[in-house]
Design a protein around this ligand. Structure first.
Ligand SMILES: NC(=O)C1=CN([C@@H]2O[C@H](COP(=O)(O)OP(=O)(O)OC[C@H]3O[C@@H](n4cnc5c(N)ncnc54)[C@H](O)[C@@H]3O)[C@@H](O)[C@H]2O)C=CC1
Ligand SMILES: O=C(CO)COP(=O)(O)O
Length: 430
């Protein structure tokens, strides 16, 4: 018979063994993450810096103290392009805002306001306006693009003939329809030689116009470009942080729109703070899981472009994606909600793209799939939410402790749950 002492010893040694195994498992996982992170951090290194990159590098000390040397174009006269162009003009940069509609350009130049997208906010009187695309982008150092994701490729193709060394920065937080291309993919395809970056963060345009302190992230492999963007936009009200994880930063900006829709919908059901916290953190788990599969560094999702933007858009009615979700939660159809909004809500397309991609690649994205089922398969929101709550046992942070169920088993469970979920018209839901 084993004495209590012996049994204790056995337990301790068994525990030690389990601890050791689990710590080895964790170390193995961490090593995998860091390996991926390092690989994604390495990215493409440019052997030949563009003329602008070299010039900016040479003048960097000067640009920091004198950003007026920078010549900038912002393409897209919606709320974000206008707000960012205004910041640069206010910093003294030579700034042109390109807007496709000639009449809008005239009205903006006359009133120094963007009546449609930012009514009531006076723009800096040094900001120039143009509807001439060629003139707007020629002889510039950096071209910032702030058109919706669905118009990004067309805009790049239109400026391609006038690119001769300018750098490009995407401000767009979307994905291309049907191709799952991110904006950086499109830049690499259409303008393979160009020096580029992406900017993303918790940046609700109206708050920026109100001078509420905000911060963002510029991600680029080019250090001079990162510094130039920081110099152009930085102010006491707006801090620009740097990253070289392009994929992570742009995925953060695009994916959070999905969860802003989910949160807007949850708010329509008057959920409590616990529920909101659960949605937010499980959303972050989905984002980083998806990000890792796409080559991003999971730690990027802990930054401004990840959890920062997720928090801002999931908490504010200023977010158009949140408002779409809220209208859906109040019983409106997706088409009616989009029409009523009358502005860009990238999440509507992103849900479809990510649902499809995750399904094909077998990435476990329960919130995205649930939202897709409600919006596009007419499943009842409450039934879908209940099935989400009933889904199997998972670990909290999978990069700390791996899930003890395979994704495949859970996906199968979700599929059964999904097919059992009643449609909106079923008796059970009435
Ligand atoms: N508004 C915001 O607070 C923020 C928006 N963003 C992102 O910026 C991008 C642009 O969004 P917003 O400015 O908010 O949109 P918006 O809905 O305010 O305006 C969109 C603008 O794009 C223009 N546009 C549409 N199709 C075009 C085309 N084919 N060619 C040229 N111009 C075209 C429209 O005329 C309009 O001026 C989106 O990807 C959004 O996610 C990013 C951060 C903050
Ligand atoms: O990305 C944004 C703030 O960071 C803006 O969000 P919406 O596009 O939902 O308005």
């Amino acid at each position: 018979m084993t004495s209590p002492n012996n049994s204790n010893k056995n337990n301790i040694s068994a525990n030690n063994k389990t601890d050791k195994e689990s710590s080895e498992k964790q170390n193995g996982m961490l090593a995998g993450i860091f390996e991926r992170a390092t690989k994604s951090g390495l990215g493409r290194k440019k052997s030949n810096p563009s003329p602008v990159e070299s010039a900016v590098a040479k003048d960097m000390a000067d640009i920091h103290s004198n950003p007026t040397k920078l010549r900038l174009a912002f393409l897209g006269g919606g709320s974000f392009g206008t707000a960012m162009a205004n910041l640069a003009a206010r910093n003294g940069c030579d700034t042109t805002l390109w807007v496709r509609n000639k009449r809008t350009v005239k009205a903006m130049a006359k009133t120094q306001t963007n009546k449609k997208y930012l009514p009531g906010y006076k723009l800096d009187d040094r900001l120039k306006y143009s509807h001439d695309l060629a003139a707007s982008v020629k002889d510039k150092d950096i071209i910032f693009i702030a058109v919706p994701g669905l118009a990004f490729r067309e805009t790049l193709k239109n400026i391609a003939p006038f690119i001769s060394g300018q750098s490009i920065v995407s401000l767009t937080k979307g994905m291309e329809k049907d191709t799952f291309a991110m904006m950086s993919d499109i830049i690499k395809e259409v303008l393979p030689e160009v020096n580029f970056g992406v900017m993303s963060g918790p940046n609700l345009a109206i708050e920026i116009m109100k001078n509420m302190p905000s911060a963002t992230v510029i991600a680029s492999e080019s250090e001079p470009l990162r510094h130039a963007v920081q110099a152009a936009l930085h102010s006491a009200f707006f801090r620009v942080f740097a990253s070289d994880d392009i994929r992570g930063v742009e995925l953060g900006g695009a994916l959070k729109n999905i969860y802003a829709i989910a949160m807007g919908m949850a708010a329509a059901y008057e959920v409590g703070e616990n529920t909101k916290a659960m949605i937010l953190t499980r959303a972050l788990a989905e984002m980083s899981r998806f990000g890792v599969e796409e080559g991003a560094n999971p730690l990027t999702f802990l930054g401004l472009s990840g959890v920062g933007d997720l928090y801002a858009t999931c908490s504010s009615e200023l977010s158009r994606n949140y408002r779409i979700g809220n209208m859906l939660g109040r019983g409106m159809s997706i088409d009616a909600a989009v029409k009523k909004l009358g502005q860009t809500a990238e999440g509507v397309n992103t849900i479809q793209q990510v649902h499809e991609k995750a399904t094909k690649a077998g990435i476990y994205m329960p919130i995205t799939h649930a939202l897709y089922a409600v919006i596009y398969e007419d499943k009842a929101a409450l039934g879908v939410a209940l099935h989400l709550m009933e889904a199997g046992f998972r670990s909290d942070v999978e990069f700390v402790m791996a899930h003890d169920h395979s994704n495949a088993a859970l996906t199968a469970h979700m599929k059964t749950s999904g097919s059992n979920t009643k449609s909106k018209d079923s008796d059970a839901d009435k």
